[in-house]
Design a protein around this ligand. Structure first.
Ligand SMILES: NC(=O)c1ccc[n+]([C@@H]2O[C@H](COP(=O)([O-])OP(=O)(O)OC[C@H]3O[C@@H](n4cnc5c(N)ncnc54)[C@H](O)[C@@H]3O)[C@@H](O)[C@H]2O)c1
Length: 360
């Protein structure tokens, strides 16, 4: 019998106070099927919501039992009870809301991507810093069980020095959930792989070079990329593969991760991608040199949607309480966006790109 059963305490760490008032701007799909169920389960206090489509906000309030629907962003920002503004509108529109909310002294949880253009993302971060409010980005995959457990195992030394990492997702994505994304100029990396990019940065740090091939399947009507093959190179010799295809019609879709190191190997599945947005729990197994031949299997019972969505909000609340930075702070997110835009530059220029080449 193996003598190792690591304790994997992977659930989000809650704040001390559960009464931080939240006001939500934009009440579309993701707020209804992820933010609000997650906040209810965690016990967070949503004071009120607003949407430029008033009927949509009314429907959302009714469905989730929210007390107030505000007629405008201005009205929401005037509420002293609201300490945190949770923004879930389209990326191009986010900076204008950040500007107003920061000026009103509200802390901010922005949706990913922080912006559709790197300079606008930098401006959002600077606006928050100047107003001395906290700004976090909803890169909640860092709290998905498989990723968080991988981090805990790495922190405890089970992996040793990382040598290879891969995330491979071949699925059939229903873009009709997001027609505005499918019609835009960026699809796969900007709206989907950005989660893998952020999670891999969280686990492994920043790559020195990225190289991406972007393409789409025959007959697709988008002008953007729906399948990408990416490699990252680190100065340490670590190599990363991100292999994502959203047009898998075959009946054996898969979403897997694998981390190899000098001391062990961790592998598993990303449950959400087997049936978005319902999903299923992740799986995770690891094998250590300390116990060769024995594969430890973690029992994971939480889901990316909604459970992981409590993570960025809890981290923001904790940062407000103790004066630290949120785990997915705006400043940290600029580095995720540098990788995102470096991958687009790589596709366009057919070369390896350093993330630092992306600047405001
Ligand atoms: N974190 C994740 O995993 C995740 C998943 C899906 C979507 N998202 C992000 O969430 C955001 C919203 O996506 P969605 O799928 O909910 O879109 P959606 O179209 O379903 O909803 C967007 C809502 O925002 C409202 N809105 C737009 N601009 C507004 C403004 N200026 N003021 C007030 N309301 C406004 C719209 O009326 C609509 O109700 C996008 O940025 C998307 O990238 C994140």
């Amino acid at each position: 019998m193996p003598d190792i059963f690591p304790h994997l305490d992977y659930k989000p760490k809650l704040p001390q106070r559960m009464d931080h008032g939240i006001g939500i701007v934009g009440t579309g799909g993701i707020v209804n099927y992820a933010h609000l169920p997650a906040y209810k389960k965690a016990g967070f206090k949503v004071v009120g919501i607003t949407d430029r489509n008033r009927e949509q906000a009314e429907r959302t309030a009714k469905e989730h039992g929210i007390g107030k629907v505000y007629a405008s962003l201005d009205e929401l920002l005037r509420q002293p009870e609201i300490e945190i503004v949770d923004i879930a509108v389209y990326p191009a529109e986010q900076v204008a809301i950040v500007e107003q909310a920061a000026a009103a002294g509200k802390h901010l949880l922005c949706q990913k991507p922080l912006s559709d253009e790197y300079p606008k993302a930098v401006r959002s971060v600077e606006l928050a810093e100047r107003a001395k409010v906290k700004i976090a980005v909803n890169q909640q995959m860092r709290w998905d069980a498989g990723i968080r457990c991988t981090r805990l195992l790495m922190d405890d030394g089970w992996l040793g020095t990382p040598t290879y990492a891969a995330i491979q997702v071949h699925c059939k994505t229903d873009w009709s959930l997001w027609p505005w994304i499918y019609q835009g100029k960026h699809v796969e990396i900007m709206f989907h792989s950005i989660h893998y990019i952020d999670s891999l940065r969280y686990l492994l740090g920043d790559p020195a070079y990225v190289f991406t091939s972007g393409s789409r399947a025959p007959g697709e009507t988008t002008q953007a990329e729906t399948k990408t093959l990416t490699t990252w190179e680190y100065t340490s010799g670590l190599q990363v593969l991100i292999d994502v295809c959203h047009t898998t019609w075959q009946d054996d879709a898969y979403a897997i991760f694998r981390f190899e190191g000098t001391e062990g190997v961790i592998k598993g599945t990303i449950g959400l991608m087997y049936n978005y947005p319902t999903g299923r729990p992740d799986t995770l197994e690891f094998m250590s040199k300390r116990n060769p031949g024995y594969w430890f299997a973690a029992r994971l019972d939480s889901m990316w949607i909604p459970d992981a969505f409590a993570g960025p909000m809890a981290s923001l609340m904790r940062s407000i309480e103790n004066g630290s930075e949120p785990e997915t702070s705006g400043r940290d997110n600029l580095r995720t966006l540098q990788v995102v835009f470096a991958q687009y530059r790589s596709i366009a220029e057919k070369r390896a790109v350093r993330p630092e080449e992306i600047s405001a």
